[in-house]
Write a protein that binds this ligand. Sequence first.
Ligand SMILES: [Zn+2]
Ligand SMILES: [Zn+2]
Length: 340
Amino acid sequence: MDDLAFGTRDKRGNWTPTKKLEIAPVFVFPPRPAALLKWLPHYLFPWNFLFALSAVLYWYLVIPEVATLKVLSWDWALRLLLVNAIAVFLFYGVFELFLYSKRSQNNQFKYNARFPADHKNSAFFFQNQNIDSLIRGFGTGVPIWTLLEVLGLHAYALGIGTWWNFSEHPLYLFCLALVLPILHETHFYLIHRLIHTPFLYKWVHSVHHNSVNPSPWSSLSMHPVEHLLYFSSIFYHLLIPSNPILMLYQIHFAGFGAIVGHIGFDQIKLSDKYSMNTNAYAHYLHHKYFEVNYGDASVPLDKWFGTWHDGTAEGERLMQARFEARKAQAEAKKMLSEKS
Ligand SMILES: [Zn+2]
Ligand SMILES: [Zn+2]
């Protein structure tokens, strides 16, 4: 399988997909039921299904009995922290090992030709992107994820929130599971816009943007304030009728799912014939250009607010025009203030 059949490579070796990024046919008018049905399997597999499955496995194999959850204790909280840390290390680690350590497909389908481990950068602890990301991800990322998870589960056990069972409300809970990724994306878009405001960008979000060329370990490389905001989506499940398994799915979608935009490869080669689409490109463009694609491709928020970059030359032109207009506006404002 040749990546040049799917995209182009520039002189520096950076690969760009030819296919335009498409926004999901969900929020469209008039509705497009045929396109929606065709899109649904891509929406569910492999990522969303995998994160939902992980929530079910956690509920039955990792999370203690409700009676235990009623009492906050270091015992079960630390056990959950350990399981989360091991699960993240293994899950992210598999992608990191094959794609970045073994370089099993070299730079085939790789957006940025460079591998972070080959370059020192003073923006990172020990001038090393991987070490910096590991310290942040496991030092504050997984602990904050676990803390919010512990609080959420404890609240459910105490009867805070409305716990509906799958046997009594199967249709509602199934629909909630189906829209849960959309809820995540909307939440992520809103907090992401917030942390791109100048003060919060400087003190909080710039940490994540140090990884201009992200790899799987970059996924949770964030400032602790961003971790808190990012994982707070778990609490929607205390505000609406839900179920602790869906609450786990929500936080797993954020935690394990953070890898999706940071893989750095458009496709993962599984054999000579088969490959898996990663859906990483929209967020990769955000890391590359900073002020496009604050969300992803399921909810057209970027499109509505004029910040969508679809990866094409036209997307690039629209972004540059926006940057130019903003620059002109800033200059006009400066001139006006100098006059007065
Ligand atoms: Zn990112
Ligand atoms: Zn950002």
